[in-house]
Design a protein around this ligand. Structure first.
Ligand SMILES: Cc1ncc(COP(=O)(O)O)c(C=O)c1O
Length: 379
């Protein structure tokens, strides 16, 4: 019997991590516009760059005119926690959680903020909780795309248009990859290192007019640290939403983010970015439909993520680890193991910065690794 031959071609870019995610095709560090480096972020060049971050994000995402976009500290976590700490507590809260990040927000609400009136809707990895249970009088806290289970909400139809509460949406692995119904989203956060393949460190906070109203009319009973403060004397600190950041940002990260936005523009904007991601998913979906050993962790087709694609295998956890190691050693795929708290499996990032041709080549290598490790490497 012959030993199984490895595929002849490797993906050009083996970076399939779900965060930080791959840089865009053609990325070159030296091509960044770095005239802001070594300058004050409050200088006119600094402010112009930070203002452009807010304006270009708003324009590319097609946000409603009356929505605000700001840069805040500590990546998505900073943005989301700042929002929860600043605005929750005035109403009951419906928390929907179905994987690790949703669980983090749930723990914050129950164990740290210790809010009294919380409805918990939880589901295991692979499924969504029953979203229809939401109560329009309550605030809603949820994650648009569960990065660690590859399960996303299919749309925002379940969010009441006439809601009295606010929606808080952690959309870090969804923004620039999925259509978002902005009129249903009052507080949305994301970070630069996901779909855009930019850098960690700073978070984006998107607010609807109703979120601003909450901020200006509600003072939480707990103290807020300076880096969470969005309001001064009952008024929104609106400079934050023009690039006057709360504290010092990394201007190198800012330059990198602006480069990423320029690339999004060059591929046809939001529509182009979503298309690339969906085409990447389609390559995997096609293989899954024919495979007798690979399945989506997401049980419902409508909830399969097109960014963090989570897969289960007909293999033991040890065999899966061996496959991942083998692919890494071959320089074919880096960081494709399932999240540490998720069921053993693979997680393949399919956001816009990934090339479809690379996903296709990766599939050949996955088959090869499975044959080699699980089926014994003989044919
Ligand atoms: C859904 C989701 N929420 C929050 C986070 C945390 O993001 P950050 O590390 O940018 O704070 C991540 C990171 O993977 C994520 O995928």
């Amino acid at each position: 019997m012959d030993t199984l031959n490895s595929p002849s071609k490797k993906p050009r870019n083996p970076n399939f991590s779900s965060g930080p995610c791959s840089k865009r095709p053609g990325y070159q560090l030296h091509a960044l516009e770095i005239k802001t480096l070594g300058r004050s972020h409050r200088s006119s060049v600094g402010k112009t760059a930070l203002g452009a971050v807010c304006d270009k994000t708003k324009q590319l995402l097609g946000l409603p005119d009356n929505y605000l976009v700001g840069v805040v500290p500590a990546s998505d976590t900073g943005a989301f926690e700042m929002a929860m700490w600043s605005m929750l507590g005035v109403r009951g809260v419906d928390v929907f959680s179905w994987e690790s990040f949703g669980k983090t927000w749930l723990n914050d609400i129950v164990k740290d903020l210790m809010l009294p009136n919380v409805n918990i809707y939880e589901a295991d990895y692979g499924v969504l909780p029953d979203l229809s249970l939401t109560d329009k009088r309550n605030d809603i806290v949820f994650t648009w795309n569960g990065t660690t289970s590859g399960v996303r909400v299919p749309n925002g139809d379940w969010i009441p248009t006439d809601r009295e509460g606010l929606t808080f949406c952690d959309a870090t692995s969804a923004v620039f990859a999925m259509e978002m119904p902005w009129e249903k989203l009052d507080v949305t956060t994301f970070s630069w290192q996901k779909v855009l393949g930019s850098e960690g460190a700073h978070g984006m906070l998107i607010l609807s007019p109703r979120a601003v109203e909450r901020l200006e009319n509600y003072t939480p009973p707990w103290p807020l640290p300076k880096i969470f403060k969005l309001v001064k004397k009952g008024k929104l600190i609106d400079g934050i939403f023009r690039g006057e950041t709360i504290n010092t940002p990394s201007m190198l990260c800012v330059a990198d983010y602006l480069d990423a936005l320029g690339w999004i523009d060059s591929i046809g904007g939001l529509t182009g970015a979503i298309r690339r991601s969906e085409e990447n998913l389609a390559v995997i979906a096609d293989f899954v439909s024919k495979s007798d050993w690979l399945s989506f962790l997401a049980q419902d087709q409508n909830t399969v993520s097109n960014t963090s694609v989570c897969l289960t295998l007909d293999a033991s956890p040890d065999q899966i680890k061996k496959m991942i190691k083998l692919l890494e050693n071959e320089g074919v795929a880096f960081d494709i193991g399932a999240y540490r708290d998720a069921p053993p499996g693979l997680r393949i990032w399919c956001g816009a910065t990934i090339e479809k041709t690379d996903v296709k080549l990766l599939i050949d290598w996955l088959e090869w690794a499975y044959e080699s490790v699980v089926r014994g490497g003989k044919k």
